[in-house]
Design a protein. Structure first.
Length: 349
């Protein structure tokens, strides 16, 4: 077994909760408990620290199922919970309290936004995708182009692509029309929407809805009405109630001094500290001189430019953690000062 740390599930609106699961009822016998800070608490369990980027799909899936089970149980106990990104580990309780301290203002702000609210995810797909394609193929403009191509004895790849592009545009237009209608129908029942990426052409809408708990029954009835309205064209599937995964999942970044030091040197910054404005100026100056378009014959210039951009992103993130720690415009580079500013608590993009 590897190093034992603390796994973080989410943050609740209470500082007097106790254990949620006994070890016998838990994933790998991990007892789920809370670490309080002022008016909130982190929901955690002691666990082996695992980098899920390199773990097996089975291990990741098992953790995901347990992560969701814990959050669902806490919601069932009527706590408001802000979910934390899957796979978030810390080294000890002191680091958890540091996270809660650094992110306290943000956490309290989110807690107010999600209090007495739930998320429901709604997916709509074409009921008969082939019929939709056939219907689109009969549209006047596409029909004329197909007839024109068929009269040509030598059909080229470009001709086929042109038809494909027109069909894709027509399908997107039809999809957007239905998606807008669905959102319009739900407007009075949701406090916010988040439109997710469509997984394939058969999907019409992939929508997260944030709704007030006391409107859940009305929302469910409206979904049934919409399902009836579009019965011949669309199939609907809804999942909920969920916590605010799509709107306010918290992401915690614990930076490493070595990364900051590398980025500082890459951008040729002062050893002591800099400001966000000086950081931007340093990046723009170097980006201009090292841009591949200005150095077409320089070996390895693309890699050098990519590393420069990576360094800027690291320090831009460090700016965020420094600001959160109360340093409005200063990036300290000493190891001692870095330790006070290494944690960034933010809403996941």
């Amino acid at each position: 077994m590897g190093k034992i740390g603390i796994y973080l599930y989410g943050i609740i609106n209470s500082n007097n909760a106790s254990h949620f699961f006994t070890p016998q009822d838990s994933y790998k016998k991990e007892s789920v408990y809370v670490i309080p800070y002022q008016e909130v608490s982190a929901v955690v369990s002691n666990s082996e620290i695992i980098d899920f980027t390199y773990s097996s799909k089975v291990a990741s899936a098992e953790r995901l199922v347990w992560h969701q089970k814990v959050i669902e149980k806490i919601m069932g106990l009527k706590y408001t919970i802000i979910p934390v990104r899957l796979g978030t580990f810390t080294v000890d309780e002191a680091e958890i309290k540091d996270i809660l301290s650094k992110g306290y203002s943000l956490i309290k702000s989110i807690m107010e936004k999600v209090r007495d609210k739930i998320e429901t995810d709604l997916v709509a797909t074409w009921a008969d995708f082939n019929s939709i394609l056939k219907e689109i193929g009969e549209e006047e403009e596409i029909k004329k182009l197909k007839e024109k191509i068929l009269t040509n004895p030598e059909i080229t790849l470009d001709d086929q692509m042109e038809v494909g592009v027109m069909i894709k545009k027509a399908l997107d237009k039809k999809r957007e029309k239905y998606a807008l209608q669905i959102q319009t129908f739900l407007n009075n029942y949701c406090t916010a929407f988040k439109v997710h990426e469509l997984m394939d052409d058969r999907m019409v809408i992939n929508l997260a809805c944030l709704i007030n708990i006391d409107q859940q029954k009305d929302f469910d009835r409206k979904i049934e009405e919409i399902n009836t309205e579009f019965a011949e064209k669309l199939n609907f599937r809804s999942v909920g109630p969920l916590p605010s995964y799509s709107f306010y999942t918290i992401e915690i970044k614990i930076m490493k001094f070595e990364e900051i030091d590398w980025a500082k040197k890459k951008l040729r910054l002062s050893n002591d500290f800099t400001t966000k404005n000086e950081l931007k100026k340093a990046y723009r100056k170097l980006a201009l001189s090292l841009h591949p378009d200005r150095n077409p014959n320089t070996p390895g210039i693309e890699k050098e430019f990519d590393q420069l951009t990576k360094a800027y992103r690291i320090l831009d993130q460090y700016c965020g953690s420094c600001k959160q720690a109360g340093k409005e415009d200063t990036l300290p580079f000493s190891e001692e000062e870095f330790e006070k500013n290494k944690i960034l608590v933010k809403v996941k993009d």
